[in-house]
Design a protein around this ligand. Structure first.
Ligand code: ZN
Length: 436
């Protein structure tokens, strides 16, 4: 795994009480950032975050940065001093000092923070370059390590990580466009506006597009004998909406969330419904299906790794369902396959089967099947986890949801079902000539 989360030794954590240090791989925002940024070990592009931040019901404006840390994950990072400044006077306030001699960041819980003038300011104008850094915090004399980035001399951490360390609650709303911070004694609303439930869940949608119903599997041509087991990895979900795009026309997501023409849509609006439909189609054809999630929930990379490892002896293959976004102009599908098969073999042939079905559906290929190598095997984490336990795996990016024309193919129940059907047919086609 790329990350060393709050790496306490057990010895230390047993000495601490009252603060949760549970490992957390939460994405604050994840998008399918082009790999060119993610692969750059010299520094990563840090975009000024557009996220709205609410602290105990009031909007606050620390300058945070969205940094793409790997193929799937872009996370929002905050300055420790900004949080200390904002928490001043609250029950989880903490002081921050830098010891020049020992180069240690010293924090003391319960103490008032003394500003040094750097708070709530950007680290330079516009987008920046972030460098991974090892910047532990010494909190009340104990060392706390969090994944950190240095931007122009300032250290940035994930908001949720800081929440766990300093004892405030962090959640994300409205497909992660808002971060909600609550201190322990606050009991008011998350944001100043009162939420109109009808805005998100229309009771009587007068639209031509209806909410996606539970998929009804149709009889299919292929049939497998019940020994075939497919692990479906549902991309993103929960607090991580995945790549974002714009709806070219009004649309109701499978969760009955109304998206107006021009409104934001996310991968999570499609990954799960496609996955559920694929599950039903595969089961109707006699296959066993294991899902990384069957509801819209956050599944961390660590949890995905565990699911893969736990099913190493059961699953014949893994299909990871994603939808893409890039610059608004890119369109078509992408298949990402394991590097082991770059010169042929099962993974190559499985990718071919997918390409064949997608092309037959009238989808256009964005790029030839990608076999991308990272420093320790497959570049894409899911493919690597699977390869490490000798599981055949593939990632499907069926459409670019930030391309107004491309996304139309999935902005309907029929589109979602057609995508799932193509995956189902590709899998059965592949296993008609391969053992399982
Ligand atoms: Zn994705």
């Amino acid at each position: 795994m790329r990350k060393r989360f709050i790496a306490f030794t057990l010895l230390f954590s047993s000495m601490l009480s009252g603060i949760s240090y549970a490992a957390n791989e939460q994405a604050e925002i994840q998008t399918d950032i082009p790999a060119v940024y993610a692969a750059n070990t010299q520094g990563k592009k840090a975009y000024v975050s557009q996220m709205e931040i609410y602290l105990d019901g009031e909007q606050v404006k620390p300058i945070a940065y969205l940094i793409s840390v790997d193929a799937y994950g872009a996370y929002t990072y905050f300055k420790l001093r900004d949080l200390a400044y904002l928490m001043n006077g609250k029950d989880c306030q903490f002081s921050v000092d830098y010891n020049e001699k020992t180069k240690q960041i010293i924090a003391k819980s319960g103490e008032k923070y003394t500003p040094n003038g750097s708070e709530m300011k950007a680290s330079g104008s516009g987008d920046q370059i972030a460098y991974e850094t090892d910047s532990p915090i010494w909190l009340d004399g104990k060392k706390v390590e969090m994944e950190a980035y240095n931007i122009n001399g300032n250290t940035y951490y994930k908001l949720r990580d800081m929440g766990e360390v300093f004892g405030f609650d962090v959640s994300y709303k409205d497909s992660s466009k808002q971060a909600i911070i609550r201190t322990p004694s606050y009991t008011g609303p998350d944001t100043p506006d009162t939420n109109d439930p009808d805005e998100n869940k229309p009771s009587n949608p007068d639209n031509t597009i209806t909410p996606t119903p539970p998929p009804t599997p149709e009889p299919t041509s292929g049939k497998v004998d019940g020994k075939l087991t497919v692990l479906i990895d549902v991309g993103h979900g929960g607090s991580d909406p995945g790549a974002g795009g714009t709806a070219p026309y009004a649309f109701f997501t499978y969760q009955n969330r109304k998206v107006s023409a021009g409104g934001s849509i996310y991968e999570t609006d499609f990954n799960l419904p496609v996955a559920l439909c694929l599950r039903d189609l595969l089961e109707a054809s006699g296959a066993n299906v294991i899902m990384s999630a069957e509801t819209d929930k956050t599944v961390t990379f660590a949890q995905r790794k565990t699911i893969i490892e736990n099913n190493a002896n059961t699953a014949d293959m893994l299909i990871s369902i994603h939808h893409n976004a890039f610059n608004g102009n890119a369109s078509g599908f992408d298949i990402l396959a394991q590097i082991k098969y770059k010169n042929g073999g099962d993974g190559y042939e499985l990718a071919q089967a997918f390409e064949k079905q997608y092309l037959e559906d009238g989808r256009k290929r964005h790029a030839p099947t990608t076999f991308k190598e990272g420093s320790n095997g497959d570049y894409y984490a899911i493919l690597r986890y699977a390869a490490n336990v000798d599981m055949l795996a593939i990632i499907s990016e069926y459409a670019y949801i930030d391309n107004a024309n491309d996304v139309k193919c999935i902005l309907s129940n029929e589109g979602v079902e057609k995508e799932a059907q193509a995956m189902h047919d590709a899998i059965l086609d592949f296993y008609s000539t391969h053992e399982y």
